[in-house]
Design a protein around this ligand. Structure first.
Ligand code: FES
Length: 109
């Protein structure tokens, strides 16, 4: 998760299989020359803990080899649980009332 957005990458680095979930999340550093740099997209780059290859958490694109290497990215959406699972089971309900110090449950039949 990054700033309220969710992303999912395969937890296997395409280089040698390092666990990306154990990598450090960082941002994008770009430079147009020595001594000049720009830091952007904080938290959107994941660095593999094994050899340091970096991947865009939005797309899985590698920053070491962007044309042919990428971590597998999965589509993510956030939905209320009730819209995902509507089971065949319905909870049985009973009429309940309180009479003085007693809780009264009315069972059918
Ligand atoms: S295994 Fe990830 S950079 Fe080598």
């Amino acid at each position: 998760m990054n700033d309220g957005e969710f992303f999912a990458l395969n937890n296997r680095c395409p280089h040698r299989g390092g666990g990306l979930s154990e990598g450090r999340q960082t941002g994008l550093v770009e430079s147009d020359g020595p001594g000049n740099y720009c830091y952007s997209r904080p938290g959107e780059i994941i660095r593999c803990p094994w050899h340091g290859w970096e991947f865009d958490i939005r797309t899985g694109q590698s920053w070491c080899d962007p044309n042919s290497t990428r971590a597998r990215a999965f589509k993510v959406s956030v939905e209320p649980g009730a819209t995902l699972v509507k089971g065949p089971y319905v909870a049985e309900t009973f009429a309940v009332s309180v009479e003085e110090d007693y809780l009264v449950i009315e069972l059918a039949g």
